[in-house]
Design a protein around this ligand. Structure first.
Ligand code: NCD
Length: 343
């Protein structure tokens, strides 16, 4: 069965460790202009049904570094605009002989559904409010670079937790790796099932970021909000903005993160976004290397560091098998065409 990357929740500590080591290894290789695996025989479909800048470009950049080819797809320019169902579109891409898919979609669970219809490796680039595994991996790599390890760190995730797949994937990853997670925000932006997520809930910013080593700020995701979830943006900012003043409550060497896009002046001020504690640009850059690792990991099932040596890519396994009858019909057609040419 093909390996997928659908979420962090079901990964083991070893899986996460392996993905992070691969990411760090790829980063070094790229920075030192050393060789990376050549996956030029693989074609990956980039399916972005929702807007994206960072995630989309970094997946494309990752594929480019690995010399993979990509087939780009957005719902607007496709047969979905003509009424084709999600499952029929995914099945079509399977028979277009793509080797794997990267998918972003507004529905939670869509990546898992795509994996069912596609059959080959699928990577979740963000599905609704569910998970965004490669964002969490990039964030973890960024934290490790600054703090050495994840274990024992106090990490506060601040803002619109309810609508955030980033909050969920980060909370699963960080708690699995031994960090202490806190969710901070107004009651209306906390999921009703908070007890199912790994972390402590704080409704007050001061207690929520008190002594934090890492603050992950979340965007207010207005496109997913129902009316009445926020009384006013100004009030929200006055209570929950991470800024010059509120940063005093965190640890002195606390780092500030944000998955982007940022609403400047709402969840963060310029000091938090651009100051010396901000690692937002490193998050963006590391996004490329964790996506290289993720593509490599799903496409080469038993992935090991490229030094050990690179596992051989088996194209046939990731392409849906041609039923014998199809091969026979193709052979017959070939014969018939050859015959008609002779005449
Ligand atoms: C996030 C997303 O799309 O979930 N952004 C991203 O991938 N960099 C967060 C957001 O949109 O707020």
């Amino acid at each position: 069965m093909a390996r997928n990357l659908l979420g962090i929740r079901h990964l083991t500590q070893d899986d996460i460790q392996e993905l992070l080591s691969l990411s760090a290894d790829f980063k070094l290789r790229i920075l030192e202009k050393r060789e990376v695996p050549n996956m030029s025989d693989q074609v990956v479909g980039m399916l972005f049904f929702e807007n994206s800048t960072r995630t989309r470009v970094s997946f494309e950049q990752a594929a480019h570094y690995l010399k993979m080819k990509s087939a780009n797809f957005s719902s607007g320019g496709s047969s979905m605009a003509k009424g084709e169902t999600f499952s029929d579109t995914i099945t079509t891409l399977r028979y277009e002989r793509l080797n794997g898919l990267v998918i972003r979609h507004r529905a939670s669970g869509s990546a898992a559904l795509a994996a069912r219809y596609f059959g080959g490796p699928v990577l979740n680039a963000g599905d609704g409010q569910h998970e965004h595994p490669t964002q969490a991996l990039g964030d973890a790599l960024t934290i490790i670079e600054r703090k050495g390890e994840l274990k024992g760190l106090q990490v506060s995730i601040v803002g619109d937790v309810e609508h955030s797949r980033v909050a969920r994937s980060n909370a699963w990853l960080l708690s699995k790796m031994g960090a202490e997670v806190r969710f901070v925000g107004p009651r209306t932006l906390m999921p009703a099932h908070m007890q199912m997520l790994p972390g402590e809930v704080h409704y007050d910013l001061r207690s929520g970021i008190d002594g934090a080593d890492v603050i992950i700020c979340l965007r207010l995701q207005k496109e997913r909000m129902a009316d009445g979830m926020l009384s006013s943006i100004t009030e929200y900012a006055s209570m929950y903005q991470v800024n010059r003043e509120s940063l005093r409550w965190a640890n002195r060497d606390c780092i500030v993160m944000h998955p982007g896009p940022i609403n400047r002046g709402v969840e963060v001020d310029d000091v938090a976004a651009d100051g010396e504690r901000s690692v937002i640009n490193s998050q963006i850059e590391n996004g490329i290397f964790v996506r290289m690792a993720s593509l490599y990991w799903v496409f080469t099932s038993k992935a090991k560091s490229p030094d050990s040596p690179p596992p051989k890519l088996r194209v046939a396994k990731t392409v849906p098998a041609q039923p014998k009858t199809v091969a026979r019909t193709a052979a017959k057609a070939k014969k018939a065409v050859a015959g008609s040419k002779k005449k």
